[in-house]
Design a protein around this ligand. Sequence first.
Ligand code: IPE
Ligand code: IPE
Ligand code: MG
Length: 247
Amino acid sequence: MGLLEKIDKTRLPSHIAIIMDGNGRWAKKKGLMRVFGHENGVKAVREACESCAELGVSYLTLYAFSTENWNRPHSEVNALMTLLVKTIKAETPTLLKNNMRLQAIGDLSQLPKNCLEELNEAIDSTKHNNGTTLILALSYSSKWDIVNSVKKIAQSVKSGEIDIEDITEELISKSLTTEPFPHPELLIRTSGEYRLSNFLLWELAYSEFHFTDVLWPDFRREHLYSALLDYQSRERRFGKTSEQISS
Ligand code: IPE
Ligand code: IPE
Ligand code: MG
């Protein structure tokens, strides 16, 4: 039996988040420039999208560029932005074919103008699709999002719109840029790194984590299926006892 057949289709996560890591090391191992790693990561993005669409996973968030990534050498940042524009353009037909809707989270105002235009165009042309929603985290950092959320809430208190007592977990969730989406049940990070790197700190509070040594450009359908099987082997207790969960 293949991995796909082993997956219980009735117990899929509704939202998978992926930290796509290891492009640079993939290229280095082959004696190539880092940018080749990024270019070869596109196929992995396509496979992850198509598998989620085929399985019927409602949301897929991909960490594509962090706030901290702006501190990389200019040449790499420029190459990544160029690749982003090229990829969004080239992959929009794939999104349409798979009935996928594109969304983005992050400080998008920091993106180069042509990049933002391309992104908005793809968001607009896929807005009527009702299959999997692909959320690109671009110029994103969770602390940035939380700081903005705190500012918004403080402003509402100051203006008398709400009382301090109205500040709840729900209100905080609603003030984040991830507000339209459910919190991911499953987080995957590739490349053998065991950290969140400022990704969805609030939203991943009770998610299952799956780490793999596979470098992102090598990530294929089977790796996603393995992650899903790993997820389905977990008992999600949310603070309760195992006995309470099984009864
Ligand atoms: C992930 O691969 C892609 C981005 C962060 C944009 P890296 O570029 O971080 O690759 P490594 O971690 O250096 O191998
Ligand atoms: C996290 O990867 C960001 C993305 C995958 C876009 P990094 O490679 O930037 O993370 P660190 O610096 O190793 O934590
Ligand atoms: Mg990295």
